[in-house]
Design a binder for this molecule. Sequence first.
Ligand code: ZN
Length: 175
Amino acid sequence: MIKPIVLYGNKILRQPCLPYNTVTQTDELVQDLWDTMYNANGVGLAAPQIGVEFRIFVIDLPDEKWKEVFINPRIIEYSGDDVIVDEACLSIPSMSAIVSRKDTIKIEWYDEYWTSHVEEFSGLKARVIQHEYDHLDGILYVDRTNIKYNIQMITSLQKLQRRDLDDMHIKYPVI
Ligand code: ZN
């Protein structure tokens, strides 16, 4: 089911999420995440973005022919270069900013069938995983930018916090 996307300013985006231990509702929650993400033309979505405080996110990167459900993920290693890329977020409409992240991560997680995995990812996959993983800890990409010096972004964030969304339009691929 398509859910409303929680926007910047809502405190659920700022709370560490709880480990997800309930097997029974997994199908429904995962389906809600997919439905909401595809409806918003996103490539990734974390549970707190639909108001659910559990450690789950989904990613679908069509260009990479790769989609995955991450339940209770844990990044166990960061490696490679620091890479700078423009990022955007479904919870922060009509904005993007340059964010530096590690090129490669190693992560362990459960999929929607509760099969455990450990794998290393690089490039775009690692970038999107790190963005979504941050959501589970109440961290947003704007926290990782040099926002103090970006007046335009501060104004836009304040607008969002006031729910003053009238002239905002999504221009970037969003995660
Ligand atoms: Zn996001």
